[in-house]
Design a protein around this ligand. Structure first.
Ligand code: SAH
Length: 213
């Protein structure tokens, strides 16, 4: 588990790339420059770790593109101490970004293999989520709700109701919505029964799958 001078150099280039693509939030950029993304990938892809691209991980899933991770993190506007729910733990890279931002993180993954692997891996790097859960993200996490923010890292064919219901007033849900292409969508809970919806362009994610447990 090595993080060399060379890796750090590649990371600062990656940060320049995502700044050029429009990311401004200093705290998010700082998190990306700190986290050793190469360690979240299978060894065969190490050379690609600091390109701004998504790559395969176990169980036919992907580690999201760094720009996408930064974009979603920026939209979420995490403050230190915020309670954040992530749907789609995957490699744990986005989880690590949320932890670097000072969030208390709850993260759900439906693939058992990935859940087990990432649950072992994150603490080795010193990243301690409040809870990593094996389960179905469509349901959210009612027993730990409400949340200051919810981030969905897979493409949702529709917006799951429980996720909107589990936001605090003032809370934000960042979710890519659509089948083949997804529109990055931000819902802000303005009042108990009032949500504001904003859209931020097209992205491509692996699908948010219905429960098979
Ligand atoms: N945040 C991850 C992205 C992984 S890709 C990262 O930074 O690496 C999306 C992840 O969502 C996959 O691991 C996939 O297994 C998971 N997923 C898909 N449908 C889900 C569901 N219904 N509930 C929870 N996780 C789901």
């Amino acid at each position: 588990m090595e993080d060399s001078f060379k890796h750090k150099g590649l990371r600062s280039k990656l940060v320049e790339t995502i700044i050029a693509k429009g990311i401004k939030d200093e705290r998010v950029l700082n998190a990306i420059s700190k986290i050793p993304r190469h360690l979240f990938m299978d060894s065969g892809f190490l050379d690609h770790a600091y390109q701004d691209k998504a790559f395969p991980i176990a169980a036919d899933q992907t580690i999201s593109q760094p720009f996408t991770v930064a974009f979603q993190s920026e939209l979420l506007q995490v403050k230190p101490g915020d309670k954040i729910l992530e749907i789609g733990t995957g490699s744990g890279y986005q989880t690590a970004v949320l932890l670097e931002l000072g969030a208390k993180v709850y993260s759900i993954e439906r693939q058992q293999e990935l859940f087990k692997k990432t649950s072992k891996f994150l603490p080795k790097l010193g990243y301690r989520a409040k809870r990593l859960i094996f389960g179905d993200g469509y349901k959210g996490l009612p027993e730990d709700a409400p949340f200051d923010g919810i981030i969905v890292t897979a493409g949702a064919p529709f917006v799951p109701k429980p996720l909107l219901e589990q936001l605090k007033v003032g809370g934000r849900l960042v979710i890519p919505v659509g089948d083949n292409v997804q529109v990055m969508t931000l819902f802000t809970r303005k009042a108990e029964k009032r949500f504001e919806k904003q859209e931020f362009g097209d992205f491509r994610f692996v699908p948010l799958l219905e429960d098979k447990n």
